[in-house]
Design a protein around this ligand. Structure first.
Ligand code: 5AD
Ligand code: SF4
Length: 459
């Protein structure tokens, strides 16, 4: 997935809207009319886990006979699949709930379900006091949506199989859920629980099935994918190697620096089917901050990993997550982060202003960083990332690349693709999503490359 430099959502996790089924014809659904088809709209906030969970809810809702609509106004059932990782994510959801309150009063929306990470937090019950919410589900019991919409849903239909979506050219496959780390600032362990790894054979079977059904791009998913452990001491690298033999194009996210093994980096460099991009969140360049955050590594160890990556995968792209303004962060800490950002020369980064989260250790710390200071540091880091990214992207101009079409053109004749080194490319082609074209890179910005007309037809 492309990794724009952003101040918004979590790493590699742009906000995504997912809708359900088919849009009714103009003579079709009128919510409130007795015999009108049932309609639903799922809105997804946050990370790829949520995108994936929404895909699976979409399948359930389709099975229950709902049709897709594109707006709240047309929907009988609205599902907000939410993110809890930063306060602004919660604020956004509150905005949507306010709008849904109004639509429910007007009788346009009938039911609202709140799912995902807010659903798993105690804050959901508080929201229910202010907003009209018919169903709250956490990340562990999302399958109960089935019952709510009249399907004979059981836990088995959703959770243990963790299925990707068949027939899609590009699919997520969850290999682990939860997280065993306890980063000072992070709510994930409390809402997603401890790490649970899916057995290797189970993952392999699913990938085979997906590839047979037409999937051409598999993304292995987990909060700390590289912490995956299997039977007989098997580790993430073993799983990745197997999957790289089963699927024609493979990526994985998100990794933790403490779990990233050199042999995994070597495999990325060696295996033709692995996309040569690595998302490795560092969070800070200051050892003092890394310690306060309980990240479990020092800056120089992170940098050594990056050196190995650059050596093993010379044409690869590297992205990261950074938090500015964690309690106690001094100007010196910030300078160290700036230096690390320069030294690692990230191809993109997700930079976040620290957001205090109830129940986390950092939220109790007294030495808060003033908003103005955090904002300045945030801009300084973004600019540094952008400068490096721009320079690196410029160096790709003139090269000929094989480009995987991620999103077919939407009318302007320009599709969005990805090179094998993980660069996002705009390319003038009508090629379908899931196909490949070969084209020359003609120009570059800090976030994206621009290709010329492809040579030859798509494959
Ligand atoms: N404040 C700001 N950023 C956070 N992240 C996680 N928790 C917080 C928080 N409380 C960021 C981290 C993580 C990414 C998914 O979100 O950088 O890697
Ligand atoms: Fe949160 Fe840290 Fe786990 Fe990532 S590794 S999900 S930041 S606790």
């Amino acid at each position: 997935m492309s990794s724009p430099i952003t101040s918004g959502e979590s790493g590699n996790n742009p906000p995504v809207v997912i809708s359900l089924g088919k849009k009714p014809s103009s003579s079709g659904a009128q919510p409130g009319v007795a015999d009108a088809p049932k309609t639903a709209f799922i809105k997804t906030f946050g990370c790829q886990m949520n995108v994936h969970d929404s895909d699976r809810m979409r399948r359930m809702v389709r099975d229950a006979g709902y049709a897709e609509v594109q707006s709240y106004e047309e929907a009988d059932l609205v599902v907000l699949n939410t993110c809890y990782v930063r306060e602004n994510a919660v604020d956004r959801v509150k905005g949507h709930l306010g709008e849904l309150n109004r639509l429910k009063r007007e009788g346009r929306v009938k039911k609202v379900a709140l799912t995902g990470c807010i659903g798993a937090a105690s804050e959901a019950n508080e929201l229910q006091k202010t907003y009209s919410i018919d169903l709250i589900l956490g990340t562990h019991n999302t399958y109960e949506l089935a019952k709510f919409i009249g399907l004979p849903g059981t836990e088995e239909t959703f959770t243990p199989e963790l299925k990707g979506v068949e027939g899609s050219h590009s699919t997520f496959v969850t290999i682990m859920t939860g997280c065993n780390y306890q980063c000072s600032y992070c709510v994930v362990p409390s809402v997603r629980g401890r790490m649970v790894c899916r057995p290797l054979e189970n993952v392999v079977d699913e990938v085979r099935r997906l590839v047979r059904s037409g999937t051409r791009y598999v993304t292995l998913l987990g909060q700390t994918v590289d912490a995956w452990r299997g039977a007989d001491g098997r580790r993430f690298c073993d799983l990745l190697e197997r999957i790289s033999e089963e699927a024609p194009r493979v990526w994985f996210t998100t990794s933790h620096p403490s779990n990233m093994e050199d042999r995994t980096l070597r495999l990325i460099g060696e295996r033709a089917t692995l996309v040569k991009k690595l998302h490795l969140p560092v969070q800070s360049g200051s050892d003092r901050m890394l310690k306060a955050m309980h990240r479990g590594y020092k800056a120089d160890r992170y940098q050594r990993k990056i050196e190995v990556f650059r050596e093993m995968v010379p044409d690869g792209t590297l992205s990261t997550d950074l938090i500015v303004g964690h309690p106690g962060e001094t100007e010196e800490d910030h300078e160290e982060t700036l230096k690390l950002v320069e030294d690692c020369a990230f191809d993109s980064a997700y930079v976040f202003k620290y957001s205090p989260r109830r129940g986390t250790e950092a939220a109790e710390l007294p030495e808060t960083v003033p908003e103005g200071v955090a904002q300045r540091r945030f801009v300084e880091i973004l600019r540094t990332v952008e400068k490096n990214a721009f320079r690196q992207n410029q160096s790709k101009v003139g090269g000929v690349e094989e480009i995987y079409i991620r999103h077919a053109h939407t009318g302007d004749g320009r599709a969005v693709g990805e090179t094998w080194s993980g660069h996002a490319v705009h390319v003038p082609t009508t090629a379908a999503a899931g196909s490949y074209v070969t084209a020359k890179i003609e120009s570059a910005g800090p976030h994206v490359l621009y290709a010329g007309e492809p040579s030859g037809p798509p494959r």
